[in-house]
Design a protein around this ligand. Structure first.
Ligand code: ADP
Length: 262
């Protein structure tokens, strides 16, 4: 089994935080299998975003190690290899789109890598096709809907040909239609393009699509398993303030009432 990302005794505290003793990540030991779709869920402030930033060396461990395809994120010489292997997509697409035209925006990353123009053109077309936005290649990003803009931001990462894509609450600012578009794109990245997906979300419904669900609370992993295994833990999830998907909630209530539910 090949691991794309590994954390070994990872602990982290923000130096800027008023209480400098406060650990935001607490001794995390995780291994992410290549090709999987992993969802990380948890309420606000549980440390999800801080963890995600460790996956492409935007943050470095206070203690312990993070390896991306075996590369130590603390090794400065490997920074660009690490960032090319694991691409990060953020919540707000407006902060990620830099150019005035969609296709120029997608070309921006590969251009910075010094890739020849022919290959850049191929990559831009491929990336826009994957996110189903090729017909918008000449558009100005501000003409697009939220979901379309987020798909352009994802295409910008795809054009870098990452093996793994880490998405930090990519649907948090979108309406239900935009959320559906982005989630279906994310599924496609994993199932059809074979890209490892790590999706940070607080929408439990989105985690249902994953192969593995990791639940964080107070900088620690408190549940780790298939969606079925994790969503069974209704009481624990509710205790830490996570609302379970409605279907699961219904099944749970029926069970409590003594009905025979699988
Ligand atoms: P989540 O993504 O689960 O909402 P975060 O990783 O953003 O959680 O935050 C975890 C904890 O770290 C919170 O207590 C938050 O206040 C704190 N935190 C996040 N960013 C910073 C920062 N730049 N400086 C200091 N503390 C921070």
């Amino acid at each position: 089994m090949e691991h794309i990302i590994t954390t070994k005794n990872l602990s982290f505290k923000y130096q800027s935080s008023e209480d400098t003793q406060q650990l935001v990540l607490k001794n995390l030991n995780l291994e992410f299998e290549k090709g999987q779709f992993i969802a990380i869920i948890g309420h606000n402030g549980s440390g999800k975003s801080t963890l995600a930033k460790h996956f492409n060396a935007l943050l470095l461990p206070t203690e312990g190690k993070v390896y991306v395809k075996g590369m130590d994120t603390k090794d400065k010489n490997l920074l660009w290899d690490i960032r090319q292997t694991a691409g990060l997509v953020f919540q707000n697409p407006d902060n990620q789109i830099v150019a005035a035209i969609v296709e120029e925006d997608i070309a921006f990353g590969p251009e910075n890598l010094g890739i020849p123009p022919d290959e850049i053109r191929e990559r831009v077309e491929y990336a826009l096709k994957v996110v189903d936005m090729l017909q918008y290649k000449d558009y100005a990003p501000h003409m697009l809907s939220g979901g379309q803009k987020q798909r352009v931001a994802i295409a910008g990462i795809i054009a870098m040909k990452p093996e793994c894509i880490v998405l930090d609450e990519p649907t948090a600012m979108l309406d239900p239609i935009g959320r559906r578009e982005v989630i279906s794109t994310i599924k496609k990245l994993n199932k059809e393009e074979g890209i490892t997906v790590i999706l940070i979300t607080h929408f439990m419904e989105e985690a249902v699509n994953a192969d593995r669900v990791i639940v964080m609370d107070d900088g620690k992993v408190i549940l780790d398993g298939t969606p079925r295994e994790v969503f069974k833990e209704v009481k624990l999830l509710k205790k830490i303030g996570l609302s379970v998907p409605q279907v699961t909630e219904l099944a749970y209530q029926l069970k409590e009432e003594g009905f025979d539910v699988p």
